[in-house]
Design a protein around this ligand. Structure first.
Ligand code: IPE
Ligand code: IPE
Ligand code: MG
Length: 248
């Protein structure tokens, strides 16, 4: 098996990214934080193309957390209008590349025009199968678990299931990413080493990759480094290294 490309058999199936560092990137250039978000959209476009081409089947991007509403109002409104304009601008390209886009998170707080644009982009690309792009917007990992628990509780009330019958699979099936495999590679740019209420349940066994590179500077070189790092990790899922080596 010497000639087998290690990357082909160990490419991550689901990559989840906290796209962090736009504000600092702009501030370093003595520019307003919103300038960093505009540049961040371009980095996002490149990352989507890169990971799709690399064979990643699911990409989940943290674009706006449920806590980000607490930012200055101009920054929040700039981010909201950037969602609309970048969807308008880039949905056709996503579609042409066979990418399905979906939004996860509570969209009830968004403007009607943003919700309409999200629905249009989702509908146009719904049948695409090259890669699924999940955009987490007004998303929080705790919110996701909570809404899943509420759905399960309703099923118990309806006597469809008893509380003792509930398994981890039942809960996972009610989460927003129920139909995707769990992320196997979790990336955070911008130097912080925390999860910031992104996917919580789903990253139980994800490999973590942190880089100091700020999101607008996230280059193909660093993207490739994330995949190479993933390929070099031994995923043990609780077993011993010896148990895993016996199998190969
Ligand atoms: C990430 O960049 C984008 C969003 C949270 C919307 P930041 O805006 O958090 O950038 P920093 O962390 O302040 O540099
Ligand atoms: C996480 O980044 C959210 C997004 C990238 C959308 P933050 O910049 O909001 O996280 P904290 O506040 O540093 O934890
Ligand atoms: Mg940040």
């Amino acid at each position: 098996m010497g000639e087998m490309n290690q990357n082909q058999i160990t490419v991550a199936q689901h990559v989840a990214i906290i796209m962090d560092g736009n504000g600092r990137w702009a501030q370093q250039k003595l520019m307003p934080r919103t300038y960093g978000h505009k540049k961040g959209v371009e980095a996002t476009r490149k990352a989507i193309g890169f990971y799709a081409k690399a064979g990643v089947r699911h990409l989940t991007l943290f674009a706006f957390s449920s806590e980000n509403w607490n930012r200055p109002q101009v920054e929040v409104s700039t981010l909201m209008s950037l969602f609309i304009t970048s969807l308008k601008k880039n949905t056709a390209e996503l579609h042409a590349n066979g990418i399905r886009i979906r939004f996860i998170g509570d969209r009830s707080a968004f403007s009607k025009s943003l919700v309409r644009q999200i629905e249009q982009s989702e509908a146009l690309t719904a049948a695409n199968r090259v890669m699924t792009l999940n955009v987490a917007a007004n998303y929080g990992g705790q919110w996701d678990i909570l809404q899943a628990v509420k759905k399960l509780a309703a099923r118990v009330e309806q006597q469809e299931i008893t509380s003792t019958e509930i398994t981890a699979e039942h809960l996972a099936a009610e989460l927003t990413l129920a139909d995707s495999p769990d992320p196997d590679l979790f990336i955070r740019t911008g130097g912080e080493k925390r999860i910031s209420n992104f996917l919580l349940w789903q990253i139980a066994y994800a490999e973590l990759f942190f880089t100091d590179v700020l999101w607008p500077d996230f280059s193909a070189e660093v993207m490739q480094q994330s995949l190479d790092t993933f390929a070099s990790r031994q995923r043990r899922f609780g077993k011993t290294a010896e148990q895993l080596e016996l199998k190969s």
